[in-house]
Design a protein. Structure first.
Length: 98
């Protein structure tokens, strides 16, 4: 569980990254989750866009994705959200102490 200071730090880092995944009309499927898990292992912090043709709203999608990838929800703004999961082998982000 992320603490306030850690979440703020991740929000600051996420500001400059581009969205690398999109959720569209196909929704969230196993293939999407597997690709996202691989990206989280490599990057730790991932930004995702929910397209207009998706049946999910941003917070629903963020909640479902975070649960299925065992990641932490960081923030949602408009149609984009950010999740974080500490990498097992490629640790790049050092979170501040709570």
């Amino acid at each position: 569980m992320l603490k306030g200071k850690q979440r703020s730090y991740l929000k600051k880092l996420a500001h400059d990254i581009d969205s690398i995944f999109q959720i569209g009309k196909a929704g969230i499927n196993e293939n999407f989750i597997e690709q996202l898990k691989n990206a989280l292992e490599a990057r730790e912090l991932v930004k995702i866009t929910v397209l207009d043709n998706s049946d999910l709203d941003t917070k629903e999608a963020a909640s479902e994705v975070a649960e299925k990838t065992e990641a932490e929800f960081v923030q949602a703004i408009g149609k984009k959200f950010v999740i974080y999961k500490e990498s097992e082998e490629n640790k790049k982000i050092k979170l501040p102490k709570a």
